[in-house]
Design a protein around this ligand. Structure first.
Ligand code: TXA
Ligand code: MG
Length: 361
């Protein structure tokens, strides 16, 4: 049985937070909102509770978890060597959507770090998450609160769809602010290495840290035999059940929409409001489901709607989805990263490819 606890995200009811915190302290699992996506939390010092997280999600055991802490003061509870630079950065950037990879200390169980000698740590900028950590009194280990391979959950309803009946508590705390996960940076090396682009932009990182390394492979799913830059990056991620492909440019998107409008096989188009408006002027979009991601002028809006759109694609009668390309500056880098993962790097380069793709569905 899953208990639903509704909590006001801007002014949390403390008695309700305490109820959820008790479940964490007693070794249970609690799905809770953060500013990025919902997390599936358990006591980070309790190996059995952390193992439950892997079972519930169907997550491979070699994909480590992030520990959520109350602030830089808590770093020495979980990290071995912190170092002045990491401490200074944490003090400036937290609470916020940035995860630091540091050397772990002996108290962090191997199940959390998948046997690595490093640990991923972050302090979320969300009232409910922070109070849950505070009243639990322990670091909370939490991956995103979705079934493994599915898009991360950005709304309470998504969490219910994936985890109802599987976790002890789901907190209903409204929608996530960013809608893409935290940025992950490895601080154990110099220069620091970006492991996952996310809600904290590379431009902001460079402002704080100077030069950082952005591996070319950060935006690809590692292929067989290739060593992934972070353990989780070799797995299929964030993917709708239906096939999703990227339209390499707007001409291809328009051509695909025109073609699809004349076919029985419906296609869904995931695009900006600007693109939808312009398509609508010339094409009868009757046969096409259009899922609007937001305005190109506000990529934070696109990020916030992205995983919801991936889930919405599966609800349409379309056989497959085609998604528009976005500018990869700022938060756009995280958007394009999640799109590449969801499409398995597949893009339509010429219209002729589309017919074959549709027939294969
Ligand atoms: O925004 C977020 O980060 C959300 C919320 C809930 O905080 N959490 C999240 O967790 O996205 P998850 O498990 O979906 O992604 C964690 C990523 C995985 O790709 C994992 O491989 C990487 O962090 N990771 C964890 N520990 C690591 C380590 N020691 N070294 C390198 N990568 C690590
Ligand atoms: Mg995840």
């Amino acid at each position: 049985m899953t208990e639903i606890i509704r909590i006001n995200p801007t002014d949390p009811e403390i008695n309700r937070v305490i109820r959820a915190a008790k479940v964490i302290r007693e070794g249970g699992t609690v799905a809770f909102p953060t500013e990025t996506v919902y997390g599936l939390g358990a006591n980070g010092f309790d190996p059995a509770a952390c193992r439950r997280i892997f079972e519930i999600k169907g997550r491979p055991a070699d994909n480590p978890l992030i520990l959520h802490i109350l602030g830089p003061d808590w770093l020495d509870r979980v990290a071995g060597e912190v170092g002045g630079r990491a401490m200074e950065f944490a003090e400036k950037a937290w609470p916020g959507p940035i995860t630091l990879v540091l050397k772990k200390n002996a108290k962090v169980p191997g199940v959390v770090t998948a046997g690595l000698d490093t640990v991923a740590i972050r302090c979320p900028a969300h009232r409910i998450a922070l109070e849950l950590i505070e009243y639990s009194g322990v670091p909370i280990a939490a991956p995103s609160a979705n079934l493994s391979t599915k898009p991360s959950t950005t709304r309470f309803e998504h969490v219910v769809d994936d985890l109802d009946g599987k976790v002890d508590v789901i907190i209903d705390g409204g929608d996530a602010t960013f809608g893409v996960e935290s940025t992950i940076i490895n601080m154990t090396v110099e220069p620091p290495v970006l492991l996952r682009p996310g809600a904290f932009t590379v431009e902001e990182l460079e402002k704080h840290l100077g030069r950082i390394m952005v591996p070319e492979a950060v935006n690809r799913t590692a292929t067989d035999g290739e060593v992934a830059i972070a353990p989780g990056m070799k797995y299929r991620h964030y993917a709708p059940d239906k096939m999703l492909v990227l339209a390499n440019d707007s001409t291809i998107l328009r051509g695909a929409a025109m073609m699809a409008a004349d076919m029985d096989d419906p296609i869904a188009i995931l695009c900006s409001s600007e693109t939808a408006n312009s398509l609508m002027k010339s094409i009868k979009l009757r046969n096409i489901s259009v899922i609007i991601l937001g305005s190109e002028g506000n990529l934070y809006e696109v990020a916030r709607n992205l995983f919801d759109a991936f889930r919405a694609l599966d609800e349409t009668s379309a056989k497959m989805g085609i998604v528009q390309k976005f500018d990869d500056k700022g938060i756009g880098m995280a958007i394009m990263n999640r799109i590449s993962k969801a499409t398995g790097n597949s893009a339509i380069e010429k219209l002729g490819d589309l017919e074959g793709m549709l027939e294969a569905q």
